[in-house]
Design a protein around this ligand. Structure first.
Ligand SMILES: Nc1ncnc2c1ncn2[C@@H]1O[C@H](COP(=O)(O)OP(=O)(O)OP(=O)(O)O)[C@@H](O)[C@H]1O
Ligand SMILES: [Mg+2]
Length: 236
């Protein structure tokens, strides 16, 4: 595949299960190496960027995270996201604390900061994982199904926070979603993958089209426009 994402863009990646979305993200963040071809970020080849530096540039939230240490508080767990800013010794600066408080407020986690990770619900944990990725203040966010386990209000909250960060801090967002309607509402561009390839890309109105989606997903779609945004009603 050949794919270019521009600085400050909000790009959603959609596609059926097993189509290669997570694998693509893993190649971008340097966890997987492509068999052929190259991945470049800000003109530099990912495999040549030192891991520490790459970790500062990219905030990555994998689809599956390993269980967090149960005796760590929410605050401590989010703070760990700042580890790439600690130079040599393990001291926490005022700025680190401020950064944690900022994301805690952004994601509505204030009442949970002193709780242990093991005490959180599935959705609360998901928000904390996201907070850890955000606290790093990377230039590029790469998020693999970050809305899993979240209720509808928190889904919107996360998407709104990402869009605000993009606007205020010129961050680039590459996000894997399964919800076509949310992708249409929040993205500058949607990329659809199928069987390991990019099969379609464009602005939401160019991609969220019944015959394209039907071909890819094998179900029927009706598209209605809400406030100029295409929204789908799928049926079998
Ligand atoms: N570690 C692995 N070794 C071998 N094959 C793998 C590995 N990880 C994924 N695959 C296969 O590669 C293909 C793409 O997987 P990938 O996880 O990228 O899909 P995806 O689009 O993220 O799917 P989903 O929507 O279910 O998360 C699948 O067929 C999967 O079975
Ligand atoms: Mg996946």
């Amino acid at each position: 595949m050949s794919l270019e994402v521009y600085e400050n863009e909000f790009v959603s990646i959609l596609g059926p299960n097993g189509s290669g979305k997570s694998t693509l993200l893993k190649c971008i963040v340097g966890i997987c190496r492509p068999w052929s071809g190259k991945v470049r970020i800000f003109e530099r080849e990912v495999s040549t960027i030192p891991k520490r530096e790459l970790n500062r540039i990219i905030g990555y939230l994998p689809q599956e995270t390993s269980p967090p240490p149960s005796l760590m508080t929410v605050y401590e767990y989010i703070l760990l996201g700042r580890i790439h800013y600690l130079s040599g010794k393990l001291t926490v600066s005022e700025e680190d604390h401020r950064a944690v408080i900022e994301v805690v407020n952004l994601l509505g986690l204030r009442e949970h900061v002193k709780r242990y990770m093991s005490e959180l619900s599935g959705g609360e944990k998901q928000l904390v994982y996201l907070a850890q990725a955000l606290v790093k203040r990377p230039r590029v966010f790469i998020l693999d199904e970050p809305l899993n386990h979240l209720d509808i209000r928190n889904q919107f909250r996360v998407l709104r926070v990402l869009r605000e960060l993009r606007t205020k801090l010129s961050i680039t967002v590459i996000i894997v979603l399964h919800d076509i309607n949310q992708a249409a509402r929040y993205s500058d561009r949607i990329i659809i993958m199928s069987e390991g390839k990019v099969v379609c890309e464009g602005e939401p109105s160019e991609v969220v089209v019944p015959h394209i989606l039907e071909r890819i997903y094998g179900v029927r779609f009706r598209v209605v426009y809400d406030d100029g945004i295409p929204q789908v009603i799928p049926s079998e």
